[in-house]
Design a protein around this ligand. Structure first.
Ligand code: PLP
Length: 295
């Protein structure tokens, strides 16, 4: 069984239900050249992506990820993806992976070749890093100014906020800044002082018995892991809410997490150098749920 699988995909129009889907993707060697020099994803970061966790042969939350891919395409004015085609490609990749262990499947849809007729698409599945220790021990975070106000998405739609675009250089720079400050990760704040998200994760807080996350105003990505966890928390009798969260509420939280599709729930043990109580049992319970098969 291969530890990585790479498929090049010929994107179909969203309304194509006639084509044999398996004939629209082909496996390639990830270490061999596959993209053209004129490719706008590499030249300009002009494209969108999704990263789906795979646990013991099951791709987690495929539909919510594909719905978000479609939403990102709409925001970026890319052709609407054919979700059945993506689903078939994901199934093919997952079937080729070992049936035990954690993997990440990355989907990419780019604007294609400059002046070219069609978007480019590919999928790459690879082994996930081992996050066992991080899930147990938790993470230290720093808060970083994201540089725009909470309502920027409506005022400046050309910033493509809320789309999962390939332009992650800023997010990676924020992680480097966090490391420089002796932390593991970051929480972005809006310029008007509200909690937004991590560079690659969503923020969840617990005050007493109320779990909260920043309202998805369009300025942040709506996380599939956060959505799934809130459904689970509500189903097990906990109270959840979406709201605007001023930065002062971070330090008053009884517990806090960064959650995302592959690392899953990481408890926050320190914010800007101040210790925060880490609810290790609760984190374990959240990750037990996140590691169970989820659709
Ligand atoms: N916010 C940002 C900016 C992200 O990049 C991610 C994931 O990569 C998330 C939130 C969490 O999303 P998900 O839970 O769907 O992985």
């Amino acid at each position: 069984m291969a530890d990585t699988v790479t498929l090049l995909i010929e994107p179909l129009p969203a309304d194509d239900t006639a084509t044999d889907l398996s004939a629209t993707f082909r496996e390639v060697d990830a270490s061999a050249p596959a993209l053209r020099v004129g490719e706008l994803s590499t030249q300009r970061g002009d494209g969108i992506f999704e990263t789906i966790g795979v646990v013991d042969g099951h791709a987690q939350e495929t539909r919510p990820h594909l719905e978000r891919l479609r939403n990102s395409a709409r925001i970026c004015e890319l052709p609407e993806p054919n979700l059945a085609q993506w689903e078939a490609a994901i199934d093919r990749a997952v079937a080729a992976l070992p049936s035990r262990g954690e993997f990440a499947v990355k989907l990419v849809l780019s604007r294609g070749i400059e002046h070219g007729p069609a978007p480019t698409a590919w999928l790459h599945a690879s082994a996930a890093a081992d996050f066992t220790a991080v899930r147990e021990r938790g993470i230290r975070v720093v808060t970083l100014d994201r540089g725009y106000a909470r309502d920027t998405a409506e005022r400046a739609p050309w910033l493509l906020l809320g789309a999962k675009t390939l332009s992650y250089a800023v997010n990676m720079a924020a992680l480097r800044e966090a490391k420089r400050r002796g932390a593991d990760d970051a929480i972005f704040l809006s310029s008007d002082g509200y909690v937004m998200e991590g560079p690659t994760s969503s923020v969840i807080l617990r005050h007493g018995d109320v779990w909260s996350t920043p309202a998805p105003s369009g300025a942040i990505l709506h996380g599939t892991t956060q959505l799934s966890l809130f459904e689970h928390l509500e189903a097990t009798g906990r109270r959840t809410e979406y709201r605007d969260i001023p930065v002062s509420e971070l330090e008053r939280a009884d517990a806090a997490w960064l959650v995302s599709s592959v690392r899953l729930a990481a408890g926050i043990v320190e914010i800007d150098g101040r210790p925060l109580a880490h609810d290790a049992d609760e984190t374990r319970a959240l990750n037990d749920y996140l590691l169970s098969p989820r659709d």
